[in-house]
Unconditional design. Structure first.
Length: 114
């Protein structure tokens, strides 16, 4: 699973962790409904998660669109607006679980969050 975050939002570490957690949880729930065997394999193999970044909303939506068109499990997180950012702000895209080579076609060139 790869979590793609927006660098331009400059979220606190805690907020970023929460947004990534929302994305991961939603992706797991979607995978449980659509491909439970793949989800079981993902969990048995360690449930790997990688967190990358894109510059802005346009790049985030591009990653989400490419994942959807590829048929990958994906989820776009929209914040509820209770803390740091306005309601509806799109913050993170979760992609996977799924075939690593298919996810890498979308996210393989993105820099890691540091």
């Amino acid at each position: 699973m790869v979590l793609v975050t927006r660098e331009d939002l400059r979220l606190s570490k805690g907020k970023l962790a929460a947004q990534c957690s929302h994305a991961a949880a939603e992706c797991v729930l979607k995978a449980k409904r659509s491909d439970p065997r793949s989800l079981d394999n993902y969990i048995r193999r360690g449930a790997r998660k990688i967190v990358c970044k894109v510059s802005d909303l346009v790049a985030l939506k591009k990653a989400f669109s490419r994942a959807k068109k590829s048929g990958l499990v994906c989820h776009l997180v929209k914040d509820a607006g209770h803390t740091e950012i306005p309601p509806g702000t799109e913050t993170v895209v979760g992609i996977g679980p799924g075939p690593r080579n298919e996810i890498d076609k979308i996210t393989g060139d993105l820099p890691l969050v540091s």
